[in-house]
Design a protein around this ligand. Structure first.
Ligand SMILES: [Zn+2]
Length: 210
């Protein structure tokens, strides 16, 4: 095991640590004790192995794609399956189409949820659909609005400019969901557009970590 102060090797692949690494800790008699130090590549491999098992796309995988595109565009990745990478790229591209529909048919269309959020005096707003157990939250701060649609375990977060009523500016900020479930969350918001716009209320408990 590596020394927590100055780790030199990855506990998983044994290679020298270069650049970023992750450390996990466990509590022993109330004090944190180093459990494992692992390199970025091993961390990445774990996320993608989890995707292969569960289909869950997480935000860091989405970030990985940008890195993978740069570093492994011309050579095969040492651990990851190209097919899985292409699958996630395809899923994110498809989700962007649902996001565009959401933007045009919920955020900008009459009644415009974007203007409801823009008029609200507090940062956060929330609507809970008890029947489907879906929660819809917005958080408006520093010129940006984050929009999270969350089912029991899965969620997707979108981002756009505060008061920005231009189509084509909304993007995906975060995700923890298989593709199908994330698409269903966006489609639910499109179907329930009017109800959300009418019933969403200011909520000071909604925070940046929505
Ligand atoms: Zn490693």
């Amino acid at each position: 095991m590596s020394d927590s102060e100055n780790p030199t090797k990855c506990d998983r692949c044994g290679k020298d640590l270069e650049g970023r690494y992750t450390q996990t800790f466990k509590l022993v008699k109330g004090k944190p004790r180093l459990k494992e130090t692992f390199c970025d590549l091993c961390d990445q491999t774990e996320r993608w192995n989890n995707y292969a098992k569960t289909g869950v796309i997480c935000t860091r995988m989405y970030m990985d794609l940008i890195y993978l595109h740069g570093k492994y565009a011309t050579e095969p990745h040492p651990h990851l399956d190209d097919k899985k990478i292409l699958e996630v790229v395809g899923a994110m591209e498809k989700l962007k189409k649902h996001v565009r529909l959401f933007e045009n048919e919920v955020w900008l269309a009459d009644p415009s949820l974007g203007s409801v959020v823009d008029k609200c005096q507090t940062h956060g707003m929330k609507y809970e659909d008890k029947k489907s157990k879906i929660t819809f939250m917005t958080y408006d701060i520093a010129g940006r609005v984050m929009i999270t649609i969350q089912a029991e375990i899965y969620s997707i977060t979108l981002i756009t400019g505060s008061g920005d009523m231009t189509s084509g500016h909304m993007g995906i900020q975060g995700i923890y969901s298989p593709y199908d479930d994330a698409a269903k969350l966006l489609d639910w918001a499109i179907t329930n557009h009017e109800t959300i716009a009418q019933k969403i209320k200011s909520d000071t408990k909604v925070n940046m970590g929505i």
